[in-house]
Design a protein. Sequence first.
Length: 327
Amino acid sequence: MMKSILERVYVRGHTNLLDILTSTSSDLLIMIIPAYREPLGLKLTLAELKKLRERLRRDNVEVISICVVRPSNDDDTLKIAKELCDITIVQRSKGKAAAVRDAILYLHSVLPSRFAKRVYVGLVDADFTYDLSPLPAMVNILRCHPRVGMVIGRRVYTHNEHIWEFGNRILRLAHSLIDGVHLSDPLSGLRLIRGEVLMRLDIKARHFELEVELNYAIKQLGYLIAEVPTKYRLRVGEKKLRIYHALHILRHMFVLPLIKSSYKTEKKPTHAKLKPAVVPVPVPTVAPPTDYEVRTPSVWRRIGNSVLKHVTMTWFCANLMLRSSIR
């Protein structure tokens, strides 16, 4: 499997992740960008990321971009990725989650586990919808708060998308009731995760269910999830997300509690307020943000969510058994 992934990797210049970690004291921010038929969006996203490199370098953070591209005969996405992206992986299977799995597999093949604590892995869509300017603040949160396992870019819409906003609210409520994950924007495509956390995950999702599985898995591992506001722009190119994908996401929410044994909790999850922690890193030039949040539901709401979740799961399993017996 490792050999198979290395055969599909194109490295621009002399980019070497291990050399960066061994030859410098800098932390490493790896931005994974899944792309399918997004030539213009990918070009704009990489250009925006390039502008942030110097700002992050002042905070002792080196940035590497990994584009996972599913090739297509009638567009130039793969060509642009090879020209502008530090590392390009050619995706064979379909789906956003499959692209992220390929990137994680590549990281396993080139990075020893002892360096994982100095690595932060970001995920962003290639459609140029997410403003990347909060990245330095998101890195700073993970540096200053070891109990936070992931930081999500909470979308602030700069245009009207009432249908999608309404759908997001329904899925947010379902995610809270079924999986016990309480976030303002659980489906955001911009997120930053600790390398040591992400490389432990065995992702089961196939497509757009990736985000809800990451939320659930990191919660099961005992980490907190913080949210930082970011502008959400009108996308460039054709929209890939369809309404029926919401049904796949909802179905995956029910499946997650059944596969939670894949995520072994090392510490007890806590809902206490975050306290700044002292970590041995250089003083960043970006001040710790004060506008991020960690949502903590009340005791009665957690009890209600637990009861409703068990009732829903019982109905779901009984429905499956009834259908199988009829067949």
